[in-house]
Design a protein around this ligand. Structure first.
Ligand SMILES: Cc1cc2nc3c(=O)[nH]c(=O)nc-3n(C[C@H](O)[C@H](O)[C@H](O)COP(=O)(O)O)c2cc1C
Length: 348
């Protein structure tokens, strides 16, 4: 999108779309947004606009190589917004430099009972306990194959992989490996998600021994596709040291920091009661911790990092870059600030 296009998108979002969406239940608003993106993304007008350069991906004018992929700008779509890869053309038209699709699981699953997502508007935050609702890795693979066959993929695509809820933690390795096989040749990188707080036992896979076994198996099965690891913000620095050591030995190509937090620090006092519900907190209150984790990883390892957590403007993204992040990703900021945020960050 051009600067002018971004400005119009931003004003239209704040004045029209956001008030309407915020009157809906958060998950319905999410579905309405993804459905609109899906419809607009394949609309002939948008395709023509993209061809004419009106909605082209903004670029820094240089290409940036990170964790085995090459991107035209530093801002990516965070995992969880398009779990089933239904609106890829729209995310590309908004100007993202890369997309992380998923999290998908080997076995399709409905996720946790609704309601499972809440807004904390004063805090510019969300709480979710979706529990990896998704149509499964095979369905996502079919969509990606079609897009690739039609030549419609224009930016690097990561696929985030999680554990199916019905699979016991002890059998997690095989469950992830099934997913890796399903997306073979379709993803530019794979993201191993062991950091969502909403699947019972999942975060225990961040412990050194299970993590070693899991990462070695995924990296081996992924062959030449780079594997990234997404970590939780709630790990102690000591636990992060263990994760980094294991990830390095296994041949992980980059670390995404961070997923949502169980902490409720930084939530506005007026929203403290709403924030008591279970789930992972994202958005502004998470920002300081996520930046801190990126800085710690940069200072204590050779890993390239992707910073994610509470970016709502250019200054937030810059804070991650100053802390050592090579790329950033956004989710909650899109909900509160709208699609113009992507263009605002794209020339960093
Ligand atoms: C509703 C919702 C669903 C999410 N689902 C996933 C997911 O499936 N996989 C994942 O790795 N992260 C997921 N996340 C976490 C985001 O990718 C991101 O790490 C986190 O929200 C912090 O970024 P933000 O503050 O910009 O939202 C989800 C976040 C939200 C708000």
């Amino acid at each position: 999108m051009t600067d002018f296009g971004a400005h119009i998108a931003s004003v239209a979002y704040q004045r029209l779309a956001k008030p309407t969406l915020f009157r809906l239940d958060p998950e319905r608003a999410h579905h309405a947004t993804v459905t609109a993106a899906r419809t607009l993304g394949v609309h002939p007008l948008l395709s023509r606009a993209a061809q004419a350069g009106i909605a082209r991906s903004p670029t820094t004018g240089r290409s940036i190589s990170v964790g085995g992929i090459t991107v035209a700008n530093r801002v990516g779509l965070a995992a969880g917004l398009d779990k089933d890869a239904v609106a890829v053309p729209a995310w590309q038209a908004l100007g993202f430099g890369h997309l992380e699709l998923g999290t998908v699981t080997a076995i399709p699953q409905p996720g946790n009972p609704k309601p499972r997502m809440a807004r904390l508007p004063l805090s510019e935050a969300l709480i979710n306990r979706m529990g990896f609702n998704n149509q499964g890795t095979h369905a996502l693979a079919q969509r990606l194959r079609k897009l690739r066959d039609r030549g419609e993929v224009r930016v690097p695509i990561g696929v985030s992989l999680g554990k199916s809820k019905v699979t016991p933690v002890d059998d997690a390795v095989e469950d992830y490996v099934v997913s890796v096989r399903a997306v073979a040749g379709l993803a530019d990188y794979l993201a191993v998600n062991v950091s969502s707080p909403n699947t019972p036992g999942l975060r225990s896979l961040q412990d050194a021994e299970p993590l070693r076994e899991l990462l070695q198996a995924v990296v081996a099965e992924a062959k030449s596709t780079p594997v990234w690891l997404k970590v939780a913000p709630d790990l102690t620095f000591g636990a992060i040291d263990d994760v980094l050591e294991v990830a390095s030995e296994a041949g992980v190509a980059a670390i995404i920091a961070t997923n949502t937090t169980l902490s409720r620090a930084g939530v506005a006092a007026e929203e403290a009661a709403t924030a008591q519900q279970p789930g992972g907190l994202s958005g502004a209150p998470l920002h300081t911790r996520s930046v801190e984790v990126v800085r710690y990883i940069t200072e204590n390892s050779d890993f390239e990092t992707i910073g994610v957590g509470g970016i709502r403007d250019r200054a937030g993204a810059q804070r991650f870059i100053d802390a050592g992040a090579a790329l950033v990703q956004v989710y909650s900021g899109l909900v509160y600030r709208g699609p113009g945020l992507v263009a605002e960050l794209a020339d960093l």
